[in-house]
Design a protein around this ligand. Structure first.
Ligand code: ADP
Ligand code: MG
Length: 474
């Protein structure tokens, strides 16, 4: 794998020349982000960071990731509908993690009142790395599944064209023709459109619930455009707007600015800093409404790290997906070791093991968005500090996945052009729509390859660490 494009990597003048072409191609194709300095205006924009060259991805693992996506869709949906499972699994976490506790309180409150929502839309992204075994054979191992605000489906619908151009400029037309087309923006919009249609009110709108700081707006616009192309009206609102102007009628239909909202698509609301008291109230209002929430709060909870850890326990998948033996086998094959740090003998043992051999593990709090995990020496120090404290319950421990690195150039505005040792993370987008008990849509909707320098243990594209990439199947 490491040897792909070796001829290019050695040819500095060629790299320089093609890098300039690549940047212009990215701007031309719309692989864009607003700048850090002006995150809420589009007067000045830049290209989103990306690799100069597509990265090698083993074809068999790529196909395996696609093949298991419908299973993961069913699993996430099953978890979200299983009140007892969520309650039992998150019981220890909500005692020590205030954010999860608040989400859980809304979940409970909405169930007690009775759900007004009858159409459900899930958009998730299951992320993997290719773990290199002792014999060098790579295996598909899941990092996590994102059940809220899974991003970059829009921009990544445009990266294959950029990498295709790069390969052609390098005289590799044959290789360029082998890059797969990939259009998660269409797949995501298809799900949203289906949910909108089933909601059954042609004049109702789709509301993108967006952050205060909107650097990644173009990624969202790609999906938005697909909806406009279908003559579905899209509005963009923040929690603050919902707090100020949102209301429910007697049938708990949601209205914003006098317009009925059919679908709420969250691109916000997944980290504590997204919420103040008013935003929590806005979230509750949305969850109580009849509108299709993508995701509803139960589905957001289904994506917590604690749930992920619980899924790896023997017997859990069997309870959640009874009778689905083959699906369970496909799902389980992607799991690596996940461990609870709950108080008790099992947790004590894991803490001691991780302190003795910190490089084997990743320590994860119940947070999303990158940059929260602990590794190596830092992991050891934190665990030593909290080993006898209930604080440890708010974390899970995971086996560290160790992919085979490869060399690439990470193109980032205002950064020097230099070769880096990199590893990649493959994400598959999943989309499903359920009406009552009936699954109306369940599909894989495209992929996202992100690549980062091995010097960074953590962090995604938005966190400024990883960059967009395109898989080159080998
Ligand atoms: P977040 O919700 O913050 O995205 P992730 O579980 O995806 O949390 O972890 C963030 C990043 O940390 C991943 O993108 C990956 O680069 C790295 N990472 C997470 N888990 C592992 C693991 N088990 N082995 C190796 N790297 C990991
Ligand atoms: Mg992640």
């Amino acid at each position: 794998m490491a040897a792909l494009w070796e001829d290019v990597l050695r040819d500095q003048p060629a790299v320089r020349e093609v890098a300039a072409v690549a940047v212009d191609a990215a701007l031309l194709e719309g692989v864009l982000m607003r700048t850090e300095g002006e995150p809420n205006a589009s007067d000045v924009v830049n290209y989103a960071p990306f690799t100069l060259l597509p990265s090698a991805v083993p074809r068999a693992l790529f196909e395996q990731a696609y093949a298991v996506q419908q299973d993961f869709n069913l699993l996430v949906d099953a978890i979200s509908r299983n009140k007892e499972f969520l309650e039992h699994t998150l019981a220890s976490t909500i005692k020590v993690d205030d954010f999860t506790a608040r989400l859980f309180r809304i979940h409970t409150q909405v169930l007690e009142e009775g759900l007004a929502q009858s159409v459900f839309l899930g958009i998730n992204r299951s992320d993997y790395m290719f773990d290199c075994g002792v014999d060098g054979t790579p295996a598909l191992k899941q990092i996590e599944i994102n059940t809220i605000a899974a991003s970059f489906g829009g921009l990544t619908s445009r990266t294959a064209a950029v990498h295709g151009r790069v390969l052609k400029v390098l005289g590799k037309c044959e290789e360029a023709s082998r890059l797969l087309t990939n259009t998660p923006s269409k797949g995501l919009a298809l799900g949203i459109a289906k949910a909108w249609e089933l909601y059954g009110s042609p004049s109702a709108v789709v509301m993108f619930l967006v952050e205060e700081v909107q650097r990644n707006i173009f990624d969202q616009r790609c999906v938005e455009n697909e909806l406009w192309n279908r003559n579905i009206r899209v509005i963009r609102k923040r929690f603050r707007d919902v707090f100020e102007k949102g209301f429910l009628d007697d049938a708990r239909r949601l209205y914003m600015d006098g317009q009925e909202v059919a679908v709420v698509y969250y691109r916000e609301g997944y980290v504590p800093k997204n919420y103040d008291q008013q935003n929590w109230e806005a979230r509750l209002l949305l969850e109580r409404s009849r509108a299709v929430k993508c995701p509803d709060i139960a589905t957001q909870l289904a994506g917590t790290k604690k749930v992920q850890q619980e899924l790896s326990r023997p017997g859990t998948l069997e309870r959640l997906l009874p009778g689905c033996t083959e699906a369970i086998a496909r799902i389980r094959a992607t799991f690596t070791g996940l461990y609870s740090l709950d108080m008790g003998e099992e947790g004590d043992k894991m803490v001691a093991t991780a302190i003795a051999d910190p490089d084997r593990f990743v320590l994860k709090p119940q947070r999303e968005g990158g940059g929260n995990n602990l590794y190596g020496e830092e992991l050891r120090q934190v665990l030593e500090k909290i080993r006898d404290s209930p604080e440890r319950i708010s974390y899970i421990l995971m086996d560290k996945i160790k992919p085979q690195p490869s060399m690439n150039y990470l193109l980032r505005a205002h950064s020097p052009l230099q070769v880096s040792e990199c590893i990649s993370e493959l994400g598959i987008f999943g989309v499903y729509v359920r009406r009552g008990q009936e699954m109306v849509m369940n599909r894989a909707a495209g992929h996202l390859l992100r690549t980062k320098a091995t010097e960074h243990a953590d962090g995604g594209v938005a966190a400024g660490v990883a960059v967009l990439d395109t898989p080159y199947l080998v």
